[in-house]
Design a protein. Structure first.
Length: 99
């Protein structure tokens, strides 16, 4: 199975609402699977982190995630280096209600 090319794609929520552009993909500790997507959600908004789990790519290239746009835009912002610490991962898991 090949990993989809998420970086540079438009990210849409579960309802098809455009959220922003995928700026980076953060991989898991084995660097084999995408764990998080960094999304730039507009000119005046920062970059937000979205779980890559459940994300899929449409044939047109859009990346679809199973979260509403409002939840994504309210998520903790990504740091400049796009490294997710254990503390940040816990905050993100809580925000997205991941098990």
């Amino acid at each position: 199975m090949t990993t989809p090319k998420f970086s540079g794609s438009t990210l849409v929520d579960e309802n098809g609402t455009e959220v922003g552009q995928v700026k980076d993909v953060i991989y898991d500790s084995t660097e084999s699977e995408p764990a998080w997507l960094v999304v730039k959600a507009g000119l005046l908004r920062g970059e937000h982190v979205v779980p890559a789990e459940g994300a899929w790519q449409k044939s047109e290239g859009q990346v679809v995630v199973p979260f509403p746009a409002e939840v994504i835009k309210a998520a903790p912002k990504a740091g400049k280096n796009h490294v997710i610490t254990k503390e940040q991962a816990a905050q993100l898991a809580d925000h997205y209600q991941l098990s």
